[in-house]
Design a protein around this ligand. Sequence first.
Ligand SMILES: NC(=O)c1ccc[n+]([C@@H]2O[C@H](COP(=O)([O-])OP(=O)(O)OC[C@H]3O[C@@H](n4cnc5c(N)ncnc54)[C@H](OP(=O)(O)O)[C@@H]3O)[C@@H](O)[C@H]2O)c1
Length: 279
Amino acid sequence: MASTDINSSSSAVTPTPVSRKSRWSLAGMTALVTGGTRGIGRAVVEELAELGAAVYTCSRNEEELKQRLEEWKVRGFDVGGCVCDASSVAHREELFRRVSSCFGGKLNILINNVGTNIRKGTAEYTAEEYSKIMTTNLESSYHACQLAYPLLKASGSGSLVFISSVAGLVHVGSGSIYGASKGAINQLTKNLACEWAKDNIRTNCVAPWYIRTSLVEHLLENKTFLDHVVSRTPLRRPGESEEVSSLVAYLCMPAASYITGQIISVDGGFTVNSFDGVV
Ligand SMILES: NC(=O)c1ccc[n+]([C@@H]2O[C@H](COP(=O)([O-])OP(=O)(O)OC[C@H]3O[C@@H](n4cnc5c(N)ncnc54)[C@H](OP(=O)(O)O)[C@@H]3O)[C@@H](O)[C@H]2O)c1
């Protein structure tokens, strides 16, 4: 009797070995980064473009977008973009029409970066505030994944990265709706990693702690608040956007080809820091 081939039922294809140079490069890849004109999104656009990807991005402020696109052109980066409110269904559909046409119906990388917050106690939120945070943070990312799926699949090698938050892992006092929206993204990362692995689409999530951007600069300008953040952070400082974008870029590279379904904190050690017993 012939012995059973344990690999015979597997449809997975083992990647062919490639050189170190191409494993640590994004050359020839295409990417969409939502919300790329400031903060973490901007750093991600620049990181991916510098590593060789052709990038498309979007934001709501047309003037700022034009300015960034000019700056990137001068720096020799291949970046296109359009005005889009990621919280609008119609805008998202138009964004993906443009991305599909720009990249010939294929996309290697989707970075779901857009996010917003309103800080309040749970009892004080209005229904409109709940809807704004959930729509911007969760629904927009979810729908973007649906719209991106055929393009990621067509590329033959897709990578999805969510920008979540440590607020989706632990309570950080930034508001329960924001925490719930980011917690849902963390779970969605695991669902899509398993569901779309068959299409060679990897899904990962980066969860930052305080990063110096326009979203939180008003908080970090408050010395008492900043001291509190620093006191709970083993590396004793907030992070910079480039410290997030480097991980995002790595997760998109062939070098990360066996990494999927992971939520990785970029937090100076915040989430592993419980009680410091040193007196
Ligand atoms: N900074 C932090 O400490 C921190 C910590 C944890 C997680 N995060 C997460 O990281 C992500 C990026 O945050 P950030 O701090 O870099 O924010 P940011 O400095 O406010 O930058 C946000 C970027 O997204 C764009 N954007 C915002 N809302 C948009 C919308 N509805 N449609 C299209 N573009 C939109 C903004 O441009 P326009 O305003 O012109 O649209 C801008 O380019 C968010 O998901 C956030 O929750 C941040």
